[in-house]
Design a binder for this molecule. Structure first.
Ligand SMILES: Nc1ncnc2c1ncn2[C@@H]1O[C@H](COP(=O)(O)OP(=O)(O)OP(=O)(O)O)[C@@H](O)[C@H]1O
Length: 214
């Protein structure tokens, strides 16, 4: 469902992505690794629509995102994608349940699955807590529940287990795998963790030359 065509991006005259093209297979779980500063988060942000390329296209289901107006692009991302980004903060004035239910409500669905997802990330019984009552790792798990709750076709994750201890990280990675497999979803996970990357179907390394199979 996702194809990148000749993406280029520079910051202040310094090229980060130089004509990168790649076609992701539907339903595939891909890990992207690579040196610090090479442009992994930039690439993920462009796919997510949080940043715009200088040139090139992101095609979702064959449609160039740049051909959609803002509302249509937002609707498509909201319904088809799930995000686990450090910067995507959990909303402080909503309970955990309300936070996780948000993608369901925004897509016009019923919020029933939200409580199950909180339990699945190990936060059962804490539906009515507020984010300020949680540790960093627990907040990360709320973000993970929220990213999966509406069964997105594509999950985008930037260091999803960065704040978690090894056992919790392992459990969360298994959950990401199970959830994406059950719904036939694809996933793109940026990570420095070899343990996390090992559970992907494919490991790609981002270099100046583009995305290459590890
Ligand atoms: N908004 C921005 N303004 C200016 N430069 C930026 C911006 N975002 C990223 N960069 C630069 O682009 C380069 C790539 O950054 P990016 O965060 O994509 O790398 P990364 O591969 O994800 O790194 P890491 O593994 O350290 O997280 C870096 O040199 C960074 O300083």
């Amino acid at each position: 469902m996702l194809e990148l065509v000749k993406l280029s991006k520079s910051y202040g005259g310094r090229q980060v992505l130089g004509g990168l093209s790649y076609r992701f297979e539907p339903g595939e779980f891909v890990a992207i690794m690579g040196e610090s500063g090479v442009g992994k988060s930039t690439l993920l942000n462009i796919i997510a629509g949080l940043d715009a390329p200088d040139s090139g296209q992101v095609l979702v289901d064959g449609t160039p995102m740049s051909a959609l107006d803002d509302d249509a692009a937002t609707r498509l991302r909201r319904s088809r994608m799930g995000f686990i980004f450090q910067a995507f903060h959990v909303l402080p004035h909503l309970t955990l349940l309300q936070n996780v239910a948000l993608p369901l409500l925004l897509n016009g669905g019923s919020p029933e699955r939200a409580s199950d997802m909180l339990a699945a990330v190990g936060l059962g019984g804490r539906d009515h807590d507020f984010p300020r009552q949680l540790s960093g790792g627990e907040l990360q798990r709320v973000a993970i529940a929220r990213a999966l709750v509406h069964r997105p076709a594509l999950l985008l994750a930037d260091e999803p287990t960065g704040n978690l201890d090894p056992d919790t990280a392992d459990a969360i990675l298994r959950l990401l795998r199970e959830e994406t497999r059950a719904s036939g979803a694809g996933a793109i996970m940026v990570t420095h963790s070899h343990a996390a990357a090992a559970m992907a179907d494919r490991i790609l390394v981002l270099t100046r030359a583009g995305l290459q199979q590890a």
